[in-house]
Design a protein around this ligand. Structure first.
Ligand SMILES: C[S@@+](CC[C@H](N)C(=O)[O-])C[C@H]1O[C@@H](n2cnc3c(N)ncnc32)[C@H](O)[C@@H]1O
Length: 213
């Protein structure tokens, strides 16, 4: 079962193979230009450097992450000064000198609204089947009606147990709504031999977007 304890334990024991040292190339390639100061939500953010890139573009970035270790590592690795305040069960860490906040706690308790955009890499696919629909509903509720979403999804064959979980294209549309459009797709099993070695002939990474064109 994928519980909050599961994720806290992954961070405690350093099993964070999902973390990428650089900025995700798909973010750089496919993030649309939005007005400076747009509020961007990064659910289940881990210690992703993608948040630094987004903040450097002039957006007001809010990452939400369960693990205090992830938060400490993110702030430490990037040498960021910050201040912290408590908001109910959540701890809000506001970074000095960059438009960036990390909210530490359970995403399902995070209830701010009216975000202009959302970046989901390794978040929806981290959620098991039983929680995925709640995750997407909770995320859509945080966004303004005209918000942009950039989503990176995975779909694979073989008997791998997630996370990351395989999510079909039909499920992505069912979950996020008919406005979501696939804008790129790559079968990593064709380009990276390690996926073949793990028994996959398909390990498809797709990029999806809701607004703007
Ligand atoms: C697969 S990682 C992806 C992290 C990040 N998006 C990235 O690209 O590196 C999923 C992250 O979600 C966090 N997480 C899982 N459940 C959560 C929850 N209910 N609330 C907040 N964070 C959660 C985990 O601690 C983990 O850091």
């Amino acid at each position: 079962m994928i519980t909050n304890e599961f994720w806290l334990d992954r961070w405690k024991t350093g099993r964070i193979g999902f973390h990428q040292e650089g900025v995700n190339p798909k973010l750089i390639e496919f993030w649309p230009v939005l007005p400076k100061g747009s509020r961007v939500l990064v659910p289940l953010c881990g210690k992703s450097n993608d948040m630094i890139w987004l903040a450097e573009q002039g957006y007001e970035v809010t990452g939400v992450e369960l693990s205090s270790l992830a938060v400490i590592q993110f702030l430490g690795d990037n040498d960021l000064a910050f201040s912290t305040h408590q908001d109910g069960n959540l701890k809000v860490h506001t970074v000095d000198g960059l438009p960036l906040r990390i909210v530490e706690g359970d995403y399902f308790e995070f209830n701010e609204n009216n975000f202009d955009a959302c970046y989901d890499r390794a978040a929806m696919v981290a959620m098991p089947d039983s929680k995925r629909s709640d995750y997407v509903t909770h995320t859509l509720e945080r966004l303004s009606p005209s918000a942009t979403v950039l989503l990176v999804s995975l779909e694979y064959d073989g008997d791998k147990q997630g996370p990351p979980f395989s999510v079909t294209e039909q499920s992505v549309v069912d979950l996020w709504g008919s406005e979501i459009q696939k804008i790129a797709s790559e079968n990593l099993a064709q380009t990276n031999p390690s996926y073949k070695e793990q028994g996959h002939s398909i390990f498809k990474e797709s990029v999806w977007r809701i607004h703007p064109e």
